[in-house]
Design a protein around this ligand. Structure first.
Ligand code: BGC
Length: 436
């Protein structure tokens, strides 16, 4: 079939963020941070207090770590050995959705079912030992309001989670009740943190000079250490980590498809940046563009970020793999020239994602630096898009260069694989130390 070249080019253009636009997004992000620090109501960033600062690296002891925030839930027993060292003693994990069997994130599931599932997994991790005392750190990767390290109240589900009865509740209270139901009252949830905070704690535990934590996966979000906030409830050093919920950042210029996509999503108007950049949405957005090219606007082909990644990895001369994926999802046969064009569109979307995410990093760096010189630093990142999506890492580096010039040499992104679990254990240790 012959694709409309003009339409394709205009789609590619719509998904291109030029140097000037990139700088504008970074500047807007910095401004929203400043406004949000003064009053979160004036900003699209939620600026959520985490009640932890940085760890010292000397935290020790054995803790349970619950990592709940994507489609897989993991529970680990982690022994912190200090000096940035740790050992994973046990690890269990299960998906929240098994098609045809159960789905704990659907609108017809209940909070009780969801938390019973979590408690069951925790019980498995402790081998049903209901005697030994365990402190549990909980990485809960959704926007939550806190007044201390324990009492995180879910503001709103993101990532298309729909389970009723959890929004507006203290999630660890729900967890405690479920633990009681399985008889594991010896497990004491003591700290709740966002996954971005967990990644930052985990990276900072192992090496200095890390002040920004980021998740670039199903969802996308960043946190950073705000040196100016001191609070008696705050555990740790260096200030307080703020979970920006930057997936909700809105001072952007969404294109025509972004706007339509948002309209059709579970929560229109929310998580605007996330819908333009994260793994949960990129495949669908690509499918939406393709449906215009195939003159079937509105048809949902079910593309995922994994499909995008596979298409970008196709290095065959005639684009065999791209053709096969497109055929599988849309039923259309395309020739090699069309494969190359479709790859260009996928490339544009992924590069846009990496550039917008980097603009947020730079907005935070500019805010932290003020009028001085940028410090040598790492940005700790975890997540499948960062780790596995072709083009992402190099385009982050390129965008950092564009925005920071020579000073870009002082900043790099580092993969903190598995930080969500380790960070939860560190937060639990910091909570215990804070109360000691
Ligand atoms: C959530 C954040 C989370 C991010 C990455 C977003 O949808 O709102 O709390 O950090 O996903 O998991």
């Amino acid at each position: 079939m012959a694709l409309d070249r003009q339409l394709l080019q205009s789609l590619i253009d719509e998904f291109t963020v030029n140097a000037e636009q990139l700088r504008e997004v970074a500047a807007n992000f910095r401004q929203d941070l400043k406004l949000g620090l003064n009053d979160p109501n004036d900003s699209s960033l939620r600026m959520l207090k985490s009640y932890v600062g940085l760890p010292t690296g000397k935290e020790t002891g054995e803790f349970l770590a619950l990592d709940f925030g994507g489609t897989n839930v993991r529970v680990q027993r982690i022994k912190l050995e200090g000096a940035g060292r740790f050992e994973v003693i046990k690890k269990v994990g299960k998906p929240l959705v098994v098609p045809g069997e159960y789905n704990y994130i659907a609108a017809d599931s209940t909070a009780e079912q969801m938390f019973d599932f979590l408690a069951g997994l925790i019980d498995e991790a402790i081998d049903k030992d209901h005697e030994t005392k365990f402190y549990l750190g909980h990485t809960f990767s959704f926007p939550s309001d806190q007044t201390n390290l324990y009492n995180a109240e879910l503001i709103i589900w993101t990532k298309e989670f729909k389970t009723p009865g959890v929004e507006g509740k203290i999630v660890n209270d729900l967890l405690k009740e479920a633990l009681e139901r399985v008889g594991a009252t010896n497990v004491e949830p003591i700290a709740v943190i966002n996954d971005t905070v967990a990644v930052l704690l985990s990276a900072a535990y192992q090496q200095p000079d890390t002040y920004i934590g980021s998740i670039y996966a199903t969802g996308q979000n960043n946190c950073y250490v705000e040196a100016s906030i001191n609070d008696p409830e705050n555990a740790g050093v260096g200030g307080m980590i703020l979970n920006l919920e930057s997936g909700n950042f809105m001072k952007l210029t969404p294109n025509r498809l972004d706007l339509e996509f948002d309209e059709q999503s579970e929560k229109p108007g929310e998580q605007r940046l996330e819908k333009m950049v994260s793994g949960r949405y990129m495949g669908e957005l690509f499918g939406m563009a393709l449906s215009e090219l195939f003159d079937e606007k509105g048809k949902d082909y079910g593309f995922t970020a994994i499909d995008l990644s596979s298409m970008l990895m196709d290095d065959t001369i005639d684009g065999n793999r791209i053709a096969a994926i497109v055929k599988d999802k849309t039923g259309k046969d395309i020739d090699s020239e069309e494969c190359a064009k479709i790859k260009q569109l996928a490339t544009a979307m992924v590069i846009r994602s990496a550039r917008l995410v980097t603009a947020a990093y730079v907005g935070i760096i500019w805010h932290r630096t003020g009028t001085g010189k940028i410090n040598r630093q790492h940005i700790a990142v975890d997540g499948s898009v960062y780790e596995k999506m072709p083009l992402v890492k190099e385009n982050i580096a390129k965008a950092l260069n564009e925005l920071l010039g020579e000073e870009a040499s002082k900043v790099d992104t580092i993969l903190d694989n598995g930080g969500s679990g380790l960070g939860a254990a560190i937060a639990a240790a910091m909570a215990v130390n804070h109360h000691a």
